[in-house]
Design a protein around this ligand. Sequence first.
Ligand SMILES: Nc1ncnc2c1ncn2[C@@H]1O[C@H](COP(=O)(O)OP(=O)(O)OP(=O)(O)O)[C@@H](O)[C@H]1O
Ligand SMILES: [Mg+2]
Length: 273
Amino acid sequence: MQTEAKPYLKSIHIEKPKGKEGKVFPFNIPAIQSIDYLDFHPDVTFFVGENGSGKSTILEAIAESFDLSAVGGAKNIKFSSRYDKSPLHQHIKCQKNYIRPQDKYFFRAESMHQMGNLLEKTWREPGSWLSKSDVFSRFKGESLHEMSHGESFLELFTTGFRGNGLYFLDEPEAALSATRLLSALVRIHDLVESQSQFVIATHSAILLAYPRSRIYLFNEDGHRQVNFEETEHFQITRDFLNNYPRRIQQLLRPTPLLDWLEESNTEDKKNED
Ligand SMILES: Nc1ncnc2c1ncn2[C@@H]1O[C@H](COP(=O)(O)OP(=O)(O)OP(=O)(O)O)[C@@H](O)[C@H]1O
Ligand SMILES: [Mg+2]
């Protein structure tokens, strides 16, 4: 009988501290306050929600539990940005498969430039015994500074992720052109087919359409599982593209959002009648 490797990450449990500590960051974020246990899809789990709803905070705490740096990268890459250690790390327990992923990576769009600098420094350091192709092995041996932002993202997804892996992606859509975003979606599927699992924080309606997935929405009420078509990403994107001349006209008026909301409320009412 074949043993199932996936999911490498089965669930998380967040233990909230009592007293003062339980009321300040990160426990003042409604999603973090509301999560007791959260189950993960064996293929792809998405975190969605407004800016500031806690997606990155949870993602980096989970990545740390897999011995990845909270600021991104592979196991052996450490550099500091907003903090060295996730503030949630000590309070999060991950239920893991006893079969470990053979590859793992925490991709953060926001720290790719910093990572490029760090790898460049490692390679050029006097006395470094690492060759350029060793240092940039996840980027086909090329320096990140010799590629455009979007090219380096796709290079990492296509040649840098090796399969049988656990991948944490924070806004992978940033910097990708529309065509490359579709290529990234195809690559995610290839990796899922080769025994990989993903946890992805995203604002992209296109990525969220991936069917072998579960979507968790974080908002001011806490968190809940939603279907793709229930997400704002789907609804607003579809509405905008279907009605863009009118929506643009409404948005560029002095009270744009009010006009838009009034119209969609009237439409909702009509549908109810
Ligand atoms: N070190 C910190 N100290 C205090 N508050 C913080 C700290 N880091 C983040 N926050 C706050 O925690 C909240 C959640 O931040 P987080 O980065 O997880 O949001 P997000 O859902 O990833 O948002 P986005 O979609 O913009 O990336 C934000 O309101 C942010 O200001
Ligand atoms: Mg974020």
